[in-house]
Design a protein around this ligand. Structure first.
Ligand code: SF4
Length: 198
């Protein structure tokens, strides 16, 4: 088959998968009385490293303007699911965090992708690993092209300097924010993740 034709078919399949996942997420969100964007805010607060969970980063990830992001967050604050906290390193900024009720709601929501997970988990391990590697390449290329913002752990980021501070309890370093990172911090999602060219 012509490679472009094949690429078009795969792109369409990915689009269909994305739509199906979005529909499932919408259904789960509705059960919690949340719009898809509000459900995305809960995910952001649950998964993003606390010092990166700023309203500005949320706006980048959602692909909306900052005032729009504030408009999405405010009802969640009023419902007691999200709270604004002082930024741990920057007094001019705040960060978004889940409240106890927010964590409970997220716990119910995060199973939205269980169906797709099951399908993937049923693949033979070698096929799953190959699929993961190819998908990572595609995601990295889309990020580099500026068509996608991903939030991901530090591994594989161009700014990551693993083991830059040997013997320290914060052994890694981020060249972008010029800060030492502990292993647990480096394993959390960061919206500034910039995949190294593969
Ligand atoms: S190394 Fe990359 S992913 Fe990690 S904190 Fe820095 S910018 Fe974010």
């Amino acid at each position: 088959m012509d490679p472009r034709q094949r690429a078009a078919g795969i792109a369409m399949a990915l689009l269909r998968l994305a739509r199906a996942a979005e529909a499932e997420a919408r259904e789960q969100g509705q059960a919690e009385g949340l719009t898809p964007a509000q459900a995305a805010v809960l995910r952001f607060a649950a998964k993003t490293r606390p010092d990166m969970a700023t309203p500005g980063q949320l706006a980048r990830l959602l692909g909306v303007r900052p005032p729009t992001a504030v408009g999405i967050v405010n009802p969640l604050v009023e419902r007691g699911l999200i709270e604004r906290r002082p930024h741990p390193f920057d007094g001019r900024q705040s960060v978004l965090a889940l409240t106890a009720a927010g964590w409970e709601a997220w716990g119910r929501l995060e199973r939205w992708q269980a169906g797709l997970e099951e399908t993937l988990a049923a693949l033979p391990p070698a096929e799953l690993a190959a699929f993961e590697a190819v998908l990572a390449k595609v995601v990295a290329a889309e990020v580099r092209a500026g068509r996608l913002v991903v939030s991901a752990p530090c591994a594989g980021c161009v700014h990551f300097r693993p083991g830059a501070h040997p013997g320290s309890d914060r052994p890694h370093h981020c060249a972008l924010i010029d800060r030492a990172l502990g292993a647990a911090e480096a394993a959390m999602e960061c919206p500034e993740h910039t995949p190294a060219a593969g």
